[in-house]
Design a protein. Structure first.
Length: 292
């Protein structure tokens, strides 16, 4: 593996503990203004320093992410369908490699829709993207899409993840499921778990814990962070599991403690200044809650 590819991968999966905490904010590429992500700039600002990388589209990166950030960008480069269109699986690569380089992407992300009408197109696109990206030392993260007509069990996800890895994806993002270990064992590249629909905070922390225990290197979480009433507190709690090996009880206690502390005890109104971490209070629950 070339130096550039290794270096970029190490920006996504931290070599200190081989773990990754990605913040997903790319939902608008087919959902438009998703609930609580209507104003991406305000959502991203207070969270950026707590994630290892940000999963984002080029439009949101350019308009809503400060170019001065040190946080690596995982650039979504696929799209072409919308939630109100005929078929979500009809995606193409929408971003050139040149533009991805201009945006200083640390990795490129695209979806494959195994078992859908357009599976051929999306899988071939993945192979072609890997070939292009490898020329420039840029890793590719393949997202195994799920949908009403697609499965979400270990059998389906193993198939989809393995196909992504066979096409050369360097990281695969998929969903947690029963017998998740099987999915991990049959996929030769690191797996990152998507958060999915908003669930209670403790359940999202459990999902994070189960994913790591099951062999994932981390999570790429979106809605369960920024749709929480307390996004900063939530990402910090998730972080204690991913990078601090907290148990679910420890992480949830930490979340509740942060929420109960001082002026930050306000619901999520996407107001960054209200959610700033309190630098004066020591973390009494877990180490490693700050970004490495
Ligand atoms: C979905 O296709 C998007 O790529 C999201 O990044 C992904 O679903 C993760 O976000 P969430 O945790 O909200 O599911």
């Amino acid at each position: 593996m070339d130096w550039g590819l290794k270096n970029r991968l190490s920006q996504i999966i931290k070599p200190q503990d081989n773990r990754a905490l990605m913040l997903a904010v790319d939902h608008g590429y087919f959902l438009g203004p998703t609930e609580k992500l209507e104003n991406p700039k305000k959502v991203i600002a207070p969270l950026l320093k707590y994630c290892d990388s940000l999963m984002v589209t080029r439009g949101i990166q350019r308009t809503c992410v400060p170019a001065t950030t040190n946080t690596p960008m995982v650039l979504r480069v696929s799209g072409g369908s919308s939630i109100i269109g005929e078929d979500l699986s009809q995606e193409e690569i929408t971003v050139s490699i040149q533009d991805a380089i201009r945006l200083n992407a640390s990795a490129l992300a695209m979806s494959i829709f195994v078992g859908s009408k357009y599976e051929h197109q999306t899988i071939v696109n993945l192979g072609k993207l890997v070939s292009k990206a490898e020329k420039y030392g840029i890793p590719v993260l393949a997202v195994t899409a799920v949908g009403k007509e697609l499965g979400k069990d270990a059998r389906y996800l193993s198939l989809a993840c393995r196909i992504a890895a066979e096409q050369g994806a360097h990281i695969v993002k998929t969903y947690y499921c029963e017998n998740f270990e099987k999915v991990v064992q049959s996929c030769p590249v690191p797996i990152i778990v998507a958060g999915g629909k908003k669930i209670p905070e403790r359940d999202a922390l459990q999902l994070t814990y189960n994913s790591i225990k099951g062999g994932a290197v981390g999570v790429d979480m979106g809605r369960n962070i920024w749709q929480s009433e307390h996004p900063v507190e939530m990402i910090k709690a998730v972080r204690t599991i991913v990078h601090g090996n907290s148990t679910v009880d420890q992480a949830y206690a930490y979340y509740k403690k942060l929420v109960s502390e001082g002026p930050k005890n306000k619901p999520n109104q996407n107001k960054p200044n209200q959610n700033k971490p309190n630098q004066n209070k020591p973390n009494q629950n877990k180490p490693n809650t700050t970004k490495k």
